[in-house]
Design a protein around this ligand. Structure first.
Ligand code: C5P
Length: 233
């Protein structure tokens, strides 16, 4: 399938065997596996090492955020897992982001800007009277200055981010991917796979649309076709 390298499936399962079974079904049609808190808190580092055996790139989505020393020590324990990607919240601040040197030797650091489950109303409730675009751009500048390898945001913000980030190979990682007939669930800043790629996304994080589909392979084909159609239009 064309574009499969860009598609990272969010394996939001608790059960290790169920996760392995599901991945083995779709492994030939995706570019990587995204492992988040649900899986990690149940299966821990052992579970990640088990998934690594499948041979696909791993994005360990732990969204770390704490004081710099705590994050530094935590990431020292991640080195043994050497995931291809690791997420941290940019709102942890630039000192925290700079404390990741050891893990950076093996792993690309992705900075979470604003969760795709939030919108402008949430920002106002936080006391921030700015748009999500401005907020994400502010965080992007902090992340880039601290040397991270990519940003996690909605694809809606990617065109604006590309105007201010001029780094070759920089990664634009976008969750909140939905077709118009998909359930939105808890996401707010959603977008179709094709538009996300058209807007410049380099990695699409897609969970429930695939994992809860009656026919996950068919869904992956539809995702690929949707990207192709948008790119050609
Ligand atoms: O099921 P769905 O496609 O909404 O899953 C999106 C995945 O991306 C979830 O695993 C979620 O933790 C993750 N994610 C997100 N928003 C971010 C960062 C990660 O939804 N900003």
């Amino acid at each position: 399938m064309k574009f499969k390298q860009m598609i990272f499936c969010a394996i939001d399962f608790s059960n290790l065997n169920e996760s392995k079974r599901f991945i083995s079904k779709i492994a030939d049609h995706i570019g990587g596996i995204k492992v988040g808190l649900e899986f990690f808190l149940k299966n821990g580092p052992h579970g990640v090492l088990e998934l690594k055996k499948i041979g696909l790139p791993i994005f360990l989505d732990l969204k770390l955020k704490d004081i710099p020393n705590t994050v530094k020590k935590a990431t020292e324990n991640i080195v043994q897992l050497s995931p291809e990607y690791l997420s941290v919240h940019v709102t942890g601040g630039s000192i925290m982001l700079k404390e990741l040197n050891l893990v950076k030797k093996t792993t690309k650091i992705l900075g979470v800007t604003m969760l795709t489950s939030l919108d402008n109303k949430d920002l106002r409730n936080f006391g921030l009277n700015i748009s999500n675009n401005e907020y994400v751009k502010n965080l992007a500048k902090i992340g880039v200055a601290a040397g991270i390898d990519g940003l996690v945001s909605s694809a809606h913000e990617v065109p604006e981010l590309k105007k201010i980030i001029n780094k070759k190979g920089f990664l634009y990682v976008t969750p909140g991917i939905r077709f118009s007939d998909n359930k939105i669930n808890d996401q707010k800043r959603i977008i179709s796979p094709g538009l996300a790629v058209k807007f410049g996304s380099s990695m699409l994080i897609i969970g429930r649309s695939i994992t809860q589909s009656k026919d996950p392979i068919e869904t992956l084909k539809r995702i690929s076709e949707n990207i192709e159609a948008q790119i050609e239009s």
